[in-house]
Design a binder for this molecule. Structure first.
Ligand code: GUN
Ligand code: ZN
Length: 442
């Protein structure tokens, strides 16, 4: 049976995943973990998991190849719920603050996407970079150009990744070369949605960039499309920077606050993901939670642009769904390990240092819950899609020293504090190795 070798394997290592939702300071008892554990994967999904001895005994003598990662952590593939593919090349640009950074770096980079070959090449690079960092699912912004969404979704599809993306809608307050119109923004989005949503593991995200770059007519059109296609995601930015918030109140004087602009046009609903959510009143946070929307905690971007500190502990107490967003290129790393480290520090400044178990949750099951895909990915259970990342505590000299002779909690916390792409030994997408060295044993 030559094809079963390709479609089945047993991954052996320290298997760790969130048993259920994990509170910000919950302990390791909220995780399922098997120190010498194994995942039996067949046809892209998890067939069984547990102690290696049990999984191997059940697999019998005719078992598929064993990918031996003993001593390393086998966790669910990471989920990045907010990032920008076209900004891969402007990471680490001195932009001072959001609005100047957009004008100086983000908009020029996005104009380069007018050339389809630039979009294509950047999308390939971007997806490979996600995989190198252990990220197997993502919600991604393109540019205003329809072909940007094609390029991103095609690159994700070729790699089997669970990705949602959309072309930006923006018809004012940005360079003319980056403007669509109220009508063309909706028409192009509708066509892309029809072409891509539900193809394999892909989804479409209706993507008005943020309130300042859309006219009321365009926001209204986006709202109509969102009602027409309730299965589609919706992604935008909200209350990132205080100058942006002041600008929104000038542009939409009738709105009680920034969120009210999106509410007015029917853009706040389950499946909607709002990036940043820093400068929020308690009432706005409460409304977001009541609408069943989600927020992206873009921790490194918020620090890099000096935007402010999202009050994550208060959000979590409200039950507001939140995942991590690398927010490339305002964010400073593709790694959700680095992003979680920044989230830890921001939450600590709000008096709630996050536990090791919660950091794993934010990078995996929490992101899946924010995107309503937690029945498919984000934790390990029979029947779940087999997106897996193998983390190497010895990925750097320092982490090897720090994690020698410690327990799982200490090791996990150290990985989420010191880790980056060097600590990703392998990434599997739907059961297939996407990168990394695989030592096959018996
Ligand atoms: N707000 C509107 N556009 C953007 C963007 O590209 N990046 C970030 N961080 N914030 C935004
Ligand atoms: Zn963003």
């Amino acid at each position: 049976m030559p094809t079963t070798v390709d479609h089945a394997c047993i991954i052996r290592g320290t298997v760790v995943s969130c048993r259920h939702d994990v509170a910000p300071q919950a302990g390791m008892d909220s995780l399922d973990s098997f120190t010498d554990g194994a995942l039996h994967i067949a046809d892209g999904v998890i067939r069984s998991l547990g102690p290696a001895a049990k999984v191997l005994a059940e697999a019998g003598t005719d078992h598929p190849p064993i990918h031996d990662f003993r001593g390393r952590l086998v966790v669910p593939g990471f989920i990045d719920i907010h990032t920008h593919c076209p900004q891969a090349d402007i990471i680490a640009s001195y932009g001072e603050a959001l609005l100047t950074w957009l004008n100086r770096y983000a908009f020029p980079a996005e104009q380069r996407f007018a050339a389809p070959e630039v979009a294509e090449e950047t999308a390939q690079f971007f997806m490979d970079e996600l995989l190198r960092n252990g990220t197997t699912s993502a919600l991604i912004m393109g540019t205003v150009h329809a072909h940007s969404a094609d390029a991103i979704l095609r690159a994700a599809h070729a790699r089997g990744m669970r990705v949602a993306a959309g072309k930006l809608m923006m018809d004012r307050n940005c360079p003319e070369a980056l403007q669509d119109t109220a009508a063309s923004g909706v028409a192009d989005s509708r066509e892309l949605l029809r072409r891509w949503h539900g193809v394999g593991r892909l989804a479409y995200a209706i993507s008005p960039r943020f309130a300042p770059t859309s006219s009321e007519a365009q926001l209204s059109g986006a709202g109509h499309l969102a009602r027409e296609c309730p299965e589609a995601y919706l992604q935008t930015h909200l209350a990132e920077n205080s100058a942006e918030v002041a600008w929104v109140s000038e542009l939409f004087p009738w709105a009680e606050d920034y969120l009210a602009v999106y509410e007015h046009f029917g853009l706040v609903r389950p499946g909607a993901v709002f990036a940043h959510c820093i400068h929020m009143t308690p009432a706005a946070r409460q409304r977001l939670a009541e609408h069943g929307a989600a927020t992206a905690f873009a921790a490194t971007a918020n620090l890099f642009l000096g935007s402010g500190l999202m009050d994550y502990p208060t959000q979590a107490a409200l039950g507001l769904r939140t995942g991590l967003g690398t927010d490339i290129g305002a964010g400073t790393s593709f790694s959700l390990l680095r992003t979680a480290a920044a989230a830890y520090q921001i939450a600590a400044l709000h008096g709630t240092p996050l536990s090791a178990a919660h950091l794993l949750y934010l990078a995996t099951r929490g992101g899946a819950r924010a995107l309503d895909i937690d029945h498919r990915v984000g934790h390990f259970a029979p029947g779940m899609e087999a997106d897996v990342v193998v983390l190497d505590p010895e990925g750097s000299r320092l982490s090897a020293r720090r994690t020698a002779a410690t327990d799982l909690e200490e090791t996990l916390f150290a990985l989420f504090t010191l880790g980056d792409e060097r600590h990703v030994a392998a990434t599997y997408v739907a059961g297939r190795p996407a990168r990394g060295d695989i030592s096959t044993g018996t």
